[in-house]
Design a protein. Structure first.
Length: 134
């Protein structure tokens, strides 16, 4: 009986985590415009990058378009981690972001490449841009 209770408790936790991930994915799907980037507490002028858009589709694909330079790949959400795996640049290692904010209108991703470099990227959801087909 005790093992059954432990199993039910574990099963409930798995369902809860799956539901949270599904909700995050639903909010993530769409086109996002980068509004600002904070690199090591220095806010960068993103207008110098031209139009910088990130798009996520329901099938787990993403596209980043920075002033015409396009990267496509796949993404996964686990807990509050967003992992990007590039198809365009197969040699590029996976990029992992902490999702520090995600709702229907705004997103914030934090990346710590190493102990010296921390970046925070702010986004707003938009209808601009091309659609990811892969």
């Amino acid at each position: 009986m005790k093992q059954f209770k432990i199993f039910i408790a574990c099963f409930g936790m798995v369902l809860m985590l799956t539901q949270c991930t599904n909700e995050q994915k639903e909010k993530l799907v769409g086109i996002w415009r980068v509004t600002d980037v904070n690199l090591n507490e220095t806010v960068m002028d993103v207008t110098s990058f031209g139009s910088w858009m990130w798009e996520f589709n329901e099938e787990g694909g993403y596209m980043i378009n920075m002033a015409g330079a396009v990267e496509k790949g796949t993404y996964e959400i686990t807990d509050n981690k967003l992992t990007l795996k590039s198809k365009t640049m197969a040699e590029k290692p996976e990029t992992v972001y902490d999702i520090t904010k995600l709702d229907e209108k705004e997103m914030e991703l934090t990346s710590v490449a190493d102990l010296k470099n921390k970046s925070i990227i702010h986004f707003i959801k938009t209808n601009e841009g091309a659609r990811v087909e892969d």
